[in-house]
Design a protein around this ligand. Sequence first.
Ligand code: PAF
Length: 293
Amino acid sequence: MTEGTAPSGNLVQTAGELSAIVRLVRRDGKRIGFVPTMGALHDGHLSLVRASLDECDYTVVSIYINPSQFGAGEDLQQYPRTLDADREAVQACGADLVFAPSSEEVYPPGYATWVEVGSVAEPLEGECRPGHFRGVATVVLKLLNMVAPDVAYFGQKDYQQALVVRRMVEDLNVPVAIRVCPIVREPDGLAMSSRNRYLSPQAREQAAVLWQSLCLAGRLVEQGQRDAEAIAEQVRRLILSAGPARIDYVALADPETLRPVARVEGTTVLALAVRIEGTRLIDNCLLHPPDAS
Ligand code: PAF
């Protein structure tokens, strides 16, 4: 790195190198945007990079498969590792820096501090994946401290994760603005996810039912159905009619607190987690009753 210029198109792997660059970028008065990822990048991730490019002067993308957010028996070992392709995609998009730390860098020997977010982290994913949000909140806080961005970008597909991050940032006075960007979908409606690549062609076809079930719920609400359990029941039926699947949850909840609702009287989040052929997929949408204030 030459004195006085912040490099572009680079890969850095240590927090030390990163902060040296960030210092230069800041000194130039640039606004830093940050997109945290676990790699295996798809258009959903790249939409976050583009949002950062639109709003910020310097975009950092992290690629780190965070072991502490995977439970025992989950897909940590299997999770796709595609650093070279990811770097190319990020650079082609126009991002400035890829931060890809090792686990020794993120969790050095003796590491002992964890972030626990309260009630919003408890239901849904929190219940199905104990310890997941403790791992997410911890690594996101560490990454935010390392990158020190002005703005950080998250996808709405991980609806609960975005709420957990917002809560943490507010509660711990982290000086960053959090943006949550819309879900990017395949032509048949399946939400883009790094895990979609686990699906066999048949399971991939079946997985479109998740989006169809969200659309069904939207139509039911438009037609006047307000009973949350009745909507959830129809969603479950449609999912199971498409082929073998295990439903972890179909939940209608308050969009801010994630407390379950009995009736869809105001904007409500419909969140679901379904295993198809052992691959766990999540998706969600907001339901807006036409007569809600
Ligand atoms: O959404 C993800 O990919 C991860 O949970 C994140 C935010 C990069 C933390 O590891």
